[in-house]
Design a binder for this molecule. Structure first.
Ligand SMILES: C[S@@+](CC[C@H](N)C(=O)[O-])C[C@H]1O[C@@H](n2cnc3c(N)ncnc32)[C@H](O)[C@@H]1O
Length: 361
């Protein structure tokens, strides 16, 4: 049974208040975001609310590509299969598997070509939901709660990097501050030496994010991926676009009941909090850890390169409508990107054959 939302929020608000006090009156935003999303039993991804689904009536808050249509996973499977062959591996590792929909789609499409499917899941309640959804695959699917020490296989992560806590930086009257949370769960800015990775032209007031946790995650993943490839799908931009002078209010956004709002301090635990991905920073972190980029493109190019349009020829009208949303420019086609990495020799990967944008990073 779902926990009562208001009791989750009040328990989480109490926990945040304790942590603020313990930290001397100020918590950086990334620590707040980590609590709001991942505090055991209370954080948005750690509590029992429904989260993923197509419509608000199901009690869900947002929809992700694998929830929209099984054609997403069936198309990604074309690239995963090629990557398994090219890297001589037989295992898939998925980070943050949500309802288990993508795992199901990849396993349904690739069958025995995947010898083992490991889900790295931080949330006990999501793990339970995935175990029910994937029961028919038996022991072929396994769960771990942290990044395995050694991985040989194909790594996938859909909308995982955007859920990693970010730091907030604010420029006010030409001076930089780190934005955090003070007593009463209110914004408090403190002077900082931290800066965005590139200079922000102009002297106007500016709010943005930096992503030390996502970059640390990439470095650890790069260290542990001994053989194989990794594919991350998410919304975001290269750094020149991310830190564009006109993007002056940042990208942090919350999602509840299929509505977006910009206030992460209200109703913690009841809604998702995300930030766009700085794909240049992700590529640099992996590359510095010895994991080169295989390709980078829009979700539309990637899925079309992998044969989505051909798959639609035999699809029903409803399936076609759902799949169109994955690739149309004003929906997910342009803002969502796919970035891949390879451990082992480079190959001309099918998903990036047309429209590769690595040079824009
Ligand atoms: C927006 S949801 C996406 C879920 C699913 N992949 C989908 O597309 O429907 C983000 C997920 O990333 C997970 N996540 C965040 N950081 C993670 C990490 N370091 N390792 C594994 N999962 C992580 C969260 O727990 C959450 O389940």
């Amino acid at each position: 049974m779902d926990q009562d939302a208001s009791s989750v929020t009040s328990a989480l608000a109490k926990l945040v208040a304790q942590q603020v006090e313990r930290a001397g009156g100020w918590l950086p935003f990334d620590r707040y975001m980590a609590l709001a999303l991942y505090a055991p039993g209370l954080g948005y991804y750690a509590n029992t609310s429904r989260k993923f689904g197509a419509m608000p009536a199901s009690g869900s808050d947002f929809v992700t590509a694998p929830e929209m249509t099984p054609l997403f996973g069936a198309t990604l499977a074309v690239q995963v299969e090629e990557a398994l062959e090219q890297t001589g591996t037989r295992e898939v590792f998925e980070f943050g598997a949500g309802s288990g929909a993508l795992a199901m789609q990849l396993l349904d499409t690739l069958g025995k070509r995947i010898r083992r499917y490991t889900i790295v899941e931080l949330s006990a309640s999501l793990r339970e939901r995935q175990q029910q959804a994937l029961a028919k695959w038996g022991a072929r699917v396994q769960w771990v709660s942290e990044l395995p020490q050694k991985m040989a296989g194909v790594v996938v992560g859909n909308e995982v990097l955007d859920a990693m806590p970010v730091k907030l930086l604010v420029r006010k009257d030409g001076a930089w501050y780190e934005r955090g949370v003070g007593p009463g769960i209110a914004w408090v800015d403190q002077p900082t030496d931290l800066r965005p990775p590139i200079e922000i032209e102009g002297t106007h007031d500016y709010l943005t994010e930096i992503h030390p946790q996502a970059q640390a995650f990439m470095r650890t993943m790069a260290d542990r991926l001994q053989q194989g490839a990794a594919f991350f799908l998410d919304y975001g931009f290269p750094e020149a676009e991310y830190y564009h002078p006109q993007r002056s209010t940042g990208t942090v956004m919350c999602h509840r009941g299929h509505l977006a709002d910009p206030d992460p301090l209200a109703s913690p635990g009841e809604k998702d909090i995300t930030a766009h991905v700085d794909f240049t920073g992700i590529a640099l972190a992996a590359q510095e850890a010895g994991l080169p980029v295989l390709g980078y493109t829009t979700q539309a190019h990637f899925l079309i390169n992998c044969g989505l349009v051909q798959k639609l020829e035999h699809a029903s009208l409803a399936e076609r409508t759902a799949a169109q949303r994955l690739i149309t420019e004003h929906e997910m086609g342009e803002i969502f990107k796919v970035m891949a990495f390879h451990r082992g020799p480079f190959w001309d990967a099918v998903g990036f054959r047309n429209g590769d944008r690595t040079a824009r990073l």
